[in-house]
Write a protein that binds this ligand. Structure first.
Ligand code: ZN
Ligand code: ZN
Ligand code: ZN
Ligand code: ZN
Length: 617
């Protein structure tokens, strides 16, 4: 998880701090002559600034500001984001130090940088001028290791009588002497090489050149096929268009020492990247191939890395419409659709949280077109529109069957004692763990099975001795004199085994006292509802961790402010953001629209996207 969470004793989270938020912010796209004092004045209203570090280049500046608390940093982030700076037409671009973000994506914020790889110059010597000239003409423009070589005859000096040289340029670094000798056959005397044009440069060195523009958002090396050619490439996504433009202006003319005093070729492109699990990719692979085959001007690539697929869409900056269409299609394939009933209600059932064989078989038979997402309690449907529709039909059929088999058997409080005492465990063993569960706090047994199986349980419960009438001081669950009693703050008493089972049957916090009370201060007609705190010795750590995690997820589901990464197996938490603010998930590498809480939809606004996806079947 990428958040720090503190819980109240009854398992309710009280504060969740996504780790993407820190006390450190960076601001980019500032004017180059800004001073640390200027920045100090600007950020002071938002909090106490401990330290700031300024970086400037010819055209722009960026700064890291360390606030006293993460809350102050968040304030500054909210209020200064895209605020106009008093001089020039610049706007603040703010981001947290450890999150990569993208503002109004597809506004030409991505640059493709290319530069020639280092090359070698080779020499070959011949006994006569005519032979050397003939060979230079023959070899010029020949392709060697995928590169077109340039070959020229070198005018001899007067003293040269029997040794005439040709110069061979643009050879790849891996060229060997043997290969040159093979190439320059016939009457050749000797061959040799000069030093390479420059020592190999890593992409990291190139990236460092941009540091004065603030830190990069995402950087991606373009596809490896291109890398076999004479040029190296790097795709860089900047936090916004303004910064990308500054970079383009500066680097189109600047000669870089690290690439042998040549310039970078800098081109704006449109770029979208997705990262999905293989399950999802498998279902939509055919559809993705179709989008790929439809490419006129864009390129769609995907590769697999540790059971995840990375899918990249790149288009030249003039082909916006084509990019948007392809990306919208890609988005809806990879995001899938939340299963809803005809009247728009989200479909979910506890059944999807039980690891039953029947459920496994059902999902397997649907070949991943139906994926229950326990974190968000939603079911996502994948595949083409027609496949999604069929999947929904099959899902509804399964659900009506599951629901028709769900029965509840009310357990009188007086009979609870013998169930808690081990009787229930025996029942579970006999019928199967997934078939019966005991909801202690609501005094009922839930049976998933046939009517006969339900009657069996009913008979069993009826046969239990309904022992006692509840007396004050007795256990609130079993109504007996408490066994190893635990007294809550409200002074209600529980047996330790009863509480242990109550914890075990709860799906998430808050856990409340179930006692009936006469205290008039409660608005919930006579219910105590005081917290049942987590009591150290009665709940084993694995059980506690399960409850904490499910309480956390339950809290996130109901929160408008926070959401969980849309990648199905990711547990990263993010804060809901404004429209046009995309985040890069540090856990799974997916780009997220922080407003829609979905995968990022580059090139389409949030409302466009909603329009496209709200169409029902
Ligand atoms: Zn009890
Ligand atoms: Zn109570
Ligand atoms: Zn994620
Ligand atoms: Zn959106």
């Amino acid at each position: 998880m990428n958040a720090t969470v503190s819980f109240r004793p009854d398992f309710v989270p009280v504060s969740i701090e996504p780790l993407t938020e820190s006390h450190e912010l960076r601001f980019s796209n500032l004017p180059p002559d800004i001073t640390t004092e200027d920045v100090q004045t600007l950020v002071e209203p938002y909090g106490i600034v401990l330290e700031n570090t300024l970086r400037t280049s010819q055209r722009t500046a960026s700064i890291r500001v360390d606030f006293a608390t993460a809350k102050q940093a968040r304030n500054a982030f909210e209020f200064l984001q895209l605020q106009e700076y008093s001089r020039g037409d610049r706007k603040f671009v703010a981001s947290f130090a450890n999150v990569k973000l993208r503002l109004s994506p597809a506004d030409k914020d991505t640059l493709k940088l290319s530069w020639p790889k280092p090359t070698l110059v080779g020499w070959s010597h011949y006994p006569t001028i005519s032979k050397a000239k003939e060979e230079a003409a023959r070899l010029n423009g020949v392709i060697v290791k995928g590169r077109k070589i340039q070959v020229e005859f070198c005018s001899p000096s007067k003293r040269q009588k029997d040794n005439f040289a040709i110069k061979i340029s643009n050879l790849s670094l891996e060229t060997t002497k043997d290969e040159i000798e093979q190439l320059c056959k016939g009457h050749m005397l000797t061959t040799g090489f000069d030093k390479p044009t420059y020592a190999s440069t890593s992409r990291e060195t190139i990236k460092e050149e941009f540091h004065s523009f603030g830190e990069l958002a995402f950087e991606r090396i373009s596809d490896s096929e291109c890398d076999e050619g004479p040029n190296s490439h790097l795709l860089v996504v900047f936090p916004c268009e303004a910064i990308a433009q500054e970079v383009m202006k500066e680097f189109s003319s600047r000669k870089l020492g690290c690439i042998g005093h040549q310039s970078l070729e800098v081109k704006p492109v449109y770029f979208a990247q997705y990262c999905v699990s293989w399950q999802i990719f498998d279902v939509v692979r055919q559809e993705i191939e179709r989008v790929k085959d439809g490419a006129m001007h864009y390129s769609l690539q995907y590769d697999e890395n540790s059971r995840k697929y990375h899918i990249r869409l790149i288009a030249p900056s003039m082909k916006y419409d084509e990019f948007v269409e392809a990306n919208a299609e890609l988005y809806s394939l990879l995001q899938g659709k939340t299963a809803r009933t005809d009247d728009g209600k989200i479909i979910w059932d506890d059944y999807f949280e039980m690891p039953t064989k029947a459920l496994q078989l059902f999902l397997k038979s649907q070949a991943n077109s139906i994926i229950p997402d326990e974190r968000t309690r939603r079911i996502r449907l994948f595949g083409s529109k027609a496949e999604q529709k069929r999947a929904l039909e099959r899902l509804l059929k399964l659900l009506s069957k599951v629901r028709s088999q769900r029965h509840e058997v009310i357990v009188p409080r007086g009979s609870m004692h013998s169930l808690v005492d081990s009787r229930f465990e025996t029942i579970q063993k006999d019928m199967g763990v997934n078939k019966v569960s005991f909801d202690l706090l609501n005094s009922k047994i839930i049976v998933r099975g046939t009517n006969e199986e339900c009657s069996e349980i009913q008979n069993l419960v009826d046969s239990l001795n309904s022992l006692t009438i509840y007396k004050s001081g007795c256990c609130e669950i079993c109504h007996l004199l408490p066994d190893d009693p635990k007294i809550l703050a409200c002074l209600h008493v529980y047996c330790t085994p009863c509480l242990r089972m109550a914890f075990g049957s709860a799906s998430h916090g808050p856990l409340r006292c179930i006692a009936v009370t006469n205290s008039p201060s409660n608005d919930n007609s006579g219910q105590c509802l005081d917290h049942i705190p987590y009591i150290d010795e009665i709940i084993p750590p694995p059980e506690r961790d399960r409850l904490l995690l499910s309480s956390f997820l339950a809290y996130i589901r109901n929160s408008l402010e926070l959401f969980i990464c849309p990648s199905i197996d990711c547990k990263a938490v993010y804060r809901t953001g404004r429209q046009g603010l995309n985040l890069h998930c540090s856990q799974c590498g997916t780009e997220i629209c922080s407003f829609c809480q979905t995968l990022a939809h580059i090139g389409l606004s949030c409302s466009d996207m909603e329009g496209r996806n709200s169409t029902s079947y």
